[in-house]
Write a protein that binds this ligand. Structure first.
Ligand SMILES: NCc1[nH]cc(CCC(=O)O)c1CC(=O)O
Length: 339
């Protein structure tokens, strides 16, 4: 049976086995060790269904909990006390006995362009018409279709190292891939980044939670909650709460072609506000809803309320129709593949 962390001296941190997951786990481990040296720490790593299956395109999976469910079961069972995820892989709704703790400082949240070794292109706008961009993300695919309709998109699966070797292979179909900056930076692969992408230079917005860690604990574990409060970073926590509230409200799950860009800005009176840009694009890039809003965000509640406000504004701008069409097409596909 599960033992609350308060009665034990050892805290077990659960994680996926990938190099990136282990590096991210070490960030949390180091921060906890430094702040709470009185505990012993142990890392338990496990390959998840998502790691093991690299052939099926992500968007074809029906279960949303590919990366998280098995570790959550271990945590609910008491074998691990806290799980370190990439927040962007964490579903917006968690098992009822689990919750996310505060977030640690976010790594660069942007997407980046990585050009195949030996090719001379310095930016997305230089990639010639008809070239193939590697990505399996519906969000990246839709935004590419909207902003770079002359480029082709092809799936590329696997962890970051695998994607880079698929890109660089001599017979590779790809001219470039789009990846998250965070993964490359954490893996010390900064030299592979050709261009950082944002709303201004390329119209490319990132995924909800990208670049942030999702630190999940049992809901009743007040000891770990207090510990995470100590190592947490409020600006990040509020930003990602707002982003996840937006995604939850749109109910698109991880397969929604939803891009966001959040930043803290000062208004004319000098007060700090959270600015959120967000976009929902149809898969063919033809339809697009987008909004940019600022809000006073000073608590978890106001962060979540802001996410709902942005979602409503996006729906008012047409996001509802775009998401509905995607849902209908998915339903049709599953009928046709079932027979
Ligand atoms: N989609 C998989 C995934 N989940 C987390 C990261 C790393 C970056 C992050 O923490 O957001 C990546 C790779 C990528 O999208 O390039």
């Amino acid at each position: 049976m599960s033992t609350p962390a308060s009665t034990q001296k050892t805290i077990t941190i659960g994680t996926r086995k990938s190099k990136l997951a282990l590096l991210q786990t070490n960030l949390v481990l180091d921060a906890l060790k430094k702040a709470f040296p009185q505990y012993e720490y142990k890392v338990f790593s496990k390959e998840t269904a998502g790691d093991l299956n690299t052939t099926i395109a992500l968007r074809d999976f029906t279960t949303k909990n590919l990366w998280t469910e098995e570790l959550e079961e271990l945590m609910i069972g008491g074998q691990v006390d806290v799980i370190v995820h990439s927040l962007k892989d964490v579903p917006t709704t968690l098992p009822s006995s689990c919750k996310l703790g505060p977030s640690m400082p976010r790594e660069d949240s942007r997407d980046v362009l990585v050009v195949k070794q030996g090719l001379p292109y310095k930016s997305l706008s230089e990639i010639p018409a008809g070239s193939v961009v590697g990505t399996s993300s519906i969000r990246r695919t839709a935004q590419l279709a909207r902003n770079y309709p002359h480029l082709k998109v092809q799936d590329v699966r696997g962890n970051i190292g695998t994607r880079l070797s698929k890109l660089d292979a001599e017979d590779s179909p790809y001219a470039c891939v789009i990846l998250a900056a965070a993964g490359l930076l954490r893996l010390d692969l900064e030299d592979r980044i050709t261009q950082y992408l944002d709303s201004k230079n390329s119209g490319m917005l990132y995924a909800v939670g990208q670049g942030a860690l999702g630190i999940e604990i049992r809901k009743e574990d007040t000891v770990l909650q207090d510990m995470l409060d100590t190592i947490g970073h409020q600006d990040t926590t509020f930003s990602v709460l707002a982003e996840r509230s937006l995604l939850r409200t749109l109910e698109g799950g991880c397969s929604a072609p939803l891009g966001v860009e959040t930043e803290w800005v000062q208004n004319a009176q000098g007060a700090k506000q959270l600015r959120m840009r967000s976009v929902v694009v149809s898969v063919d890039g033809k339809e697009c809803a987008q909004v940019e809003l600022d809000a006073d965000v000073t608590s978890a509640e106001s962060a979540e309320a802001f996410g709902i406000t942005v979602a409503k504004a996006l729906v008012a701008d047409g996001a509802g129709d775009i998401l509905e069409t995607i849902q209908q097409n998915k339903a049709k596909e599953s009928v046709s593949t079932a027979v």
